[in-house]
Design a protein around this ligand. Structure first.
Ligand code: DC
Length: 239
């Protein structure tokens, strides 16, 4: 388990980036390797999206949204390589993974009161540290003081290819051009919203994963963590 050398406080690693950059796989592997807990914040937005689908509340119905959020109890169980999500006591870990839910999650994530509601849950889940959290605004908004901030990126065509393979392997029948189209819509929505848009924070390390394998990306993050530890040990050395 990596610790910040000076205070023995457990690490917080923030990982952002658009869909299809390998965030989840990389974060789960790094969490397992380093004994960190994996926090998938997209799963929280997807869970709220499920409630929007169930209740058919309109995106501009402020009072309706407040009532929806008040009636949405999200429970999470964190494990190194998997996060189980409960919506009002029901396990929704698998149902939130559907493509349609991801698209609605992207839409409702532009609503500031939804983001505010989830901000508290995310910070509460990470308050002990020892966490690697993935999302769209980890480094910019949710964990501005994270010890390590990573922004993963990749060419859209490669991201769509990865997404397509992932969906196929789950047995979902999909059309590549539709996957590409959905990815572009989600990118546009996530990047252009006024509230916490997807972008690297000024102090994030950007890694282009287009031509990298998963292990290469995990190793790159490992190297960054090791360098940080060395710097801290140097700073801690008595004069
Ligand atoms: O990571 P994901 O595909 O499961 O996320 C689904 C959507 O949720 C994504 O398109 C935008 C939104 N999201 C967000 O706005 N902020 C986050 N920290 C995580 C996800």
């Amino acid at each position: 388990m990596i610790e910040r050398a000076n205070e023995k406080k457990l690490l917080t690693v923030a990982v952002d980036g658009p869909a299809g950059t390998g965030k989840s796989t990389v974060c789960k592997l790094f969490a397992k390797k380093e004994g960190l807990t994996y926090l998938d914040t997209g799963a929280l937005y997807r869970t709220v999206a499920l409630r929007f689908i169930e209740t058919e509340i309109s995106y501009d119905d402020s009072a309706g949204i407040d009532a929806l959020l008040a009636g949405t109890k999200i429970g999470i169980k964190k494990n190194p390589d998997r996060m189980t999500v409960f919506l009002n006591g029901k396990d929704v870990t698998d149902s939130i993974r559907e493509e349609g839910v991801g698209m609605i999650a992207s839409k409702i994530s532009a609503i500031p009161r939804v983001r505010q509601h989830l901000l508290f849950i995310q910070r509460e889940a990470a308050k002990e540290g020892g966490i690697i959290a993935e999302g769209r605004d980890m480094g910019t908004v949710v964990f501005p003081d994270a010890d390590i901030k990573i922004y993963l990126d990749a060419d859209p065509a490669e991201r769509a290819r990865r997404r397509y393979c992932e969906l196929e392997s789950r047995g979902e029948r999909v059309d590549y051009s539709k996957v590409m189209e959905d990815l572009e819509i989600r990118d546009m929505q996530d990047r252009s919203r006024a509230a916490a848009p997807l972008k690297p924070s000024d102090d994030a390390i950007v890694i282009d994963t287009t031509r990298l394998g998963i292990d290469d990306v995990v190793q790159t993050i490992q190297n960054i963590a090791n360098r940080m530890k060395c710097r801290q040990h140097r700073n801690d050395r008595p004069e």
